[in-house]
Design a protein around this ligand. Structure first.
Ligand code: PHE
Ligand code: ZN
Length: 878
């Protein structure tokens, strides 16, 4: 970075002066020098009115420009200018053809944006602004063109040649090369362009659409992985069916391809008809993937498929509108998973993810609205706020409109905007117009950052049989937004009678800072179940008495809130124990000394859940897991990672000891002799059994560590094996090293699986963890050039090991900052994404905060820091 990066602002949006109607690309693929020829059929943008000037600007970065030709006349170098941002020249008229020739070097592309090499294959990643690293182009999503792509490559090393759309020609060339020509009839923005070429194996299937068309489905993987594609393929077919049934949306081409690559910055990418996936979200076989992996594969395959409509057919006008496609598509994939599996368990998972990533983001230095107002580097805005909070916003629309009203709005949206690049306002307008309602206040969720805090007060009048509920809301200031307005949100509530049944179940609409709701005909003093199903993404500050929480844990008809009541109880218990631990100079026994009665009541409620066979096993497994260390540190200021770890571990030990007979029963009763199947019911059974094993081991009895060792040795599937290994991982037990060594040997050549092994060790609570991580950096399978490896070892340490990352002596911070500095020269996008944990300094004591800030400043002092890392580090240090 030569100068300080500029902020790009949403309000500065201008329509493009020139558009591209058609693109013809010819690639001559070579690892070191790839030649790209492009023919752009350009026109003055009719929306801007013709004759608005003749200056043409095409984005371009890190390329060698060989020639510029306009209407078949090659320009002299004095007729155009090229700088770090792109190419400028004078338009020869309203309509013209620009031809550009560039050279790029895929093998040297370590940023993994544009055209790069993964293992032996060529692949591209263009979202958000990677296309400008392939050729000069107006690389912005509101320029939509049709593409015709010719790929020339060596036939032996690249038998497979793919791009978007339909294959229209192919054949042999001289010198052992061959070619393929692809044409995509749907106009698309450049970020949806894709090319893949390599020696890949292919697994094929097909899908008959609702109008009876046959679509060929292909998954391309490295040779040897053909038997790990079944679940991704099955997920794809179920997604296609679901989108027809629930949204009335049909696939629009005769071919749909998925390619799995080992080197990828993110999860997956929805390029038109040629989705490119991080291999870890495609490959699964019972002995290599856990139930969690299967679940993620299903949801990511669905997510990318759903983008074909929400993202591709209707796309974003500019990158500030990113949540238009991402929030909507996340909501769609969440609902798909809820329909395929258990709805409450899915909701728990989604809310846990929101609380783990989005709430802290909204409360920290990087807080931004769902539709940001400015950015330096758009790659930094693929955030939990844009994705997950964006999905909550769509969910609230769904709740407020009901399924039919929502569907009317969706139908109008796709009808009205098919083939266009639009805004979040356009989406909300379609919802409003289809339903004749006003969403102006709801739309504040797009522009206002921060998690609202809600409190409530309930009053029961026995004579009038009336319950009055007053709800108040407040949102704290966030960077750049000192004043907040009240938001519009649906709050689902239940009023429970003494027998546990619902006297009232209703969704009210909160619009004011403080508002009263009156419920008549309430025949007895009720217990309130508030914000059922997490109907609004808010924090609740009102404390409900312990006995009411226990009552809700056992009786609420809303399964989400049964879980939520348990989480609240556990959180409250641990927070007071943490305070006592600190007050007693770090004595865990003393921490619980005054809490015995509450601990006992809590354990009794846990036991009731564990042994309630009416409840779904997956739900029971979730309900038995205590809120995590990261969640607890969000509730404390300053957060003391050591105290949080000690108290949570001690409570787990108490639960394990008190319920050891029940857990042992659960463990034995849920053993299975049947062959592994990845369905939700079997997965729930395994999850409950794994939870039981974890508590048994947490109880501290050696015999249970031996049970884990045995399970590792005899399990026939990765889920059970990882369950055993992850509890051994924290122990000083000889079985730990033996199992880890066995795992390493078995999966030495299997990148995706070995990442689990790296992560486990990075997240171990053992005291030698940082030393071990440093050793693992020189493991033959580890490389800073592969994002999955970096995330597995380095990322897992910062995000999944708060106690060692926040070691008092600052060793965790220093190690981490060194890695970010190293990574920034290789892959700035990934370096920036990993930087957020250091930005949380304000949550910690002065000593830790100073050390974290010092590391941020050391990062900022790095010569040639990227725009990506600069933006995150500078905002975090401020
Ligand atoms: N658009 C992708 C998704 O959410 C995410 C992505 C962004 C992938 C940028 C790669 C690069 O599905
Ligand atoms: Zn997406």
């Amino acid at each position: 970075m030569s100068e300080q990066p500029q902020e790009i602002r949403r309000e500065d949006y201008k329509e493009p002066d020139f558009i591209v109607e058609k693109v013809e690309l010819v690639f001559d693929l070579d690892r070191d020098v790839t030649n790209v020829k492009s023919r752009l059929f350009m026109a003055a943008n009719p929306v801007r009115g013709t004759g608005k000037g003749d200056k043409v600007f095409l984005h371009g970065e890190d390329m060698k420009l060989l020639s510029v030709t306009l209407n078949e006349t090659r320009l002299a170098s004095s007729d155009f200018t090229v700088d770090q941002e792109g190419l400028r020249f004078k338009a020869p008229g309203q309509n013209f053809i620009a031809e550009l020739e560039t050279q790029i070097s895929p093998a040297n592309n370590t940023r993994l944006e544009g055209l790069y090499v993964s293992q032996s294959a060529f692949c591209t990643q263009c979202e958000a602004e990677g296309f400008r690293r392939i050729t000069y182009f107006p690389d912005r999503p509101d320029v939509m063109a049709t593409y015709k792509v010719t790929i020339n490559a060596n036939k032996e090393s690249c038998p497979v040649l793919l791009s978007n759309g339909n294959l229209i020609d192919s054949g042999d060339l001289d010198d052992g090369r061959h070619f393929a020509v692809w044409e995509d009839p749907f106009p698309k923005p450049s970020y949806l362009f894709a090319l893949v070429a390599g020696d890949l194996a292919c697994v094929e299937d097909s899908f008959k659409t609702m109008s009876g068309r046959d679509v060929a489905l292909r998954i391309f993987v490295e040779h040897g992985n053909e038997d790990r594609c079944d679940y991704a393929m099955d997920s794809l077919k179920r997604s296609m069916k679901w989108d027809e049934e629930v949204y009335g949306l049909e696939y629009d081409l005769d071919l749909f391809n998925i390619v799995a690559v080992s080197d990828f910055n993110m999860g997956a990418m929805e390029n038109k008809s040629l989705n490119v996936f991080n291999a870890k979200f495609v490959l699964a076989r019972p002995d290599t993937a856990t139930d969690g992996d299967y679940e993620r594969i299903e949801s990511i395959v669905a997510h990318e498929y759903f983008h074909n409509w929400s993202g591709n057919r209707v796309t974003c006008r500019d990158w500030f509108q990113l949540s238009l496609k991402e929030g909507l598509t996340v909501f769609r994939d969440q609902e798909f998973s809820a329909d395929q599996r258990s709805r409450p368990v899915q909701r728990i998972k989604d809310v846990n993810a929101l609380r783990a990533a989005q709430f802290p983001e909204d409360a920290g230095p990087l807080a931004h609205p769902v539709r940001p107002d400015s950015y330096m580097e758009i790659n930094n805005f693929y955030t939990a706020t844009v994705y997950e909070k964006g999905a909550e916003l769509i969910r609230m629309m769904h709740t407020l409109l009901g399924p039919d009203g929502y569907r009317k709005g969706i139908d109008l949206y796709f009808d009205r905007h098919d083939g266009q690049a639009v805004t979040c306002d356009d989406f909300a307008k379609a919802m409003e117009d289809a339903n004749g309602i006003d969403f102006s206040q709801l739309k504040l969720w797009y522009s206002q950052a921060g998690t609202p805090k809600l409190s409530w007060q309930g009053d029961y009048d026995a004579d009038a049989k009336q319950y009055r509920l007053t709800i108040s809301q407040k949102t704290d200031p966030t960077p750049g937004q000192p004043d907040k307005q009240p938001l519009h949100m649906p709050i689902s509530i239940g009023l429970l009678g003494a027998d546990g049944s619902d006297l009232v179940a209703k969704t009210v609409e909160l619009t004011e800072a403080s508002q009263e709701f009156i419920f008549d005909g309430v025949t007895e003093a009720p217990v309130l179940s508030f914000n059922r199903g997490f109907s609004a993404p808010v924090n609740i500050t009102t404390d409900q008495p312990d006995d009411e929480l226990v009552f809700l844990m056992g009786n609420d008809s809303d399964a989400f809130n049964r879980w939520e009541a348990g989480q609240k109880y556990a959180t409250r218990l641990m927070l007071s124990a943490i305070a006592a631990y600190e007050a007693n100079g770090g004595d865990v026994e003393a921490a619980f000394a005054d809490e015995q009665a509450r601990v006992d009541a809590f354990i009794a409620a846990m036991r009731a859940t564990l042994t309630n066979d009416d409840l779904d096993k997956a739900f029971r497994a979730d309900a038995l897991v205590l809120p995590g260390e990261a969640f607890l540190s969000e509730q404390r200021k300053p957060a003391n990672p050591e105290a949080i770890y000690q108290v949570r571990t001690a409570l787990r030990k108490r639960i394990g000891q008190a319920l050891s007979d029940d857990f042992a029963n659960t463990y034995h009763q849920n053993a299975s002799n049947a062959a592994f199947t990845p369905d939700a019911t079997s997965a729930g059974q395994r999850a409950l059994r794994a939870t039981a094993l974890a508590y048994l081991v947490a109880s501290g009895e050696d015999e249970f560590a031996d049970v884990a060792v045995a399970q590792y040795g005899t399990a026939d599937n990765m889920t059970d094996q990882m369950a055993a290994l992850s509890v051994l991982n924290n122990l000083d037990h000889p079985g730990r090293e033996t199992a880890l060594a066995d795992f390493e040997e078995r999966f030495a050549n299997d990148g995706v699986v070995l990442d689990k092994w790296f992560s486990l060790q990075a997240m171990s609570s053992r005291d030698d963890t940082l030393a071990r991580i440093k050793d693992l950096m020189s493991h033959p399978a580890f490389t800073m050039r592969n994002p999955n490896k970096v995330r597995a070892l380095i990322g897992a340490f910062a995000m999944g090991n708060p106690r060692h990352f926040h070691a008092k002596d600052g060793s965790g911070y220093a190690f981490y900052a060194d890695r970010l500095i190293e990574l920034d020269d290789i892959n700035p996008q990934v370096a920036a994404r990993l930087c957020a944990p250091l930005g949380k300094w304000a949550k910690y004591d002065a000593d830790r905060a100073d050390k974290m800030k010092a590391e941020l400043n050391r990062i900022l002092a790095k010569p040639e820091i990227s725009r990506d890392l600069y933006e995150i580090a500078s905002k975090s240090a401020a």
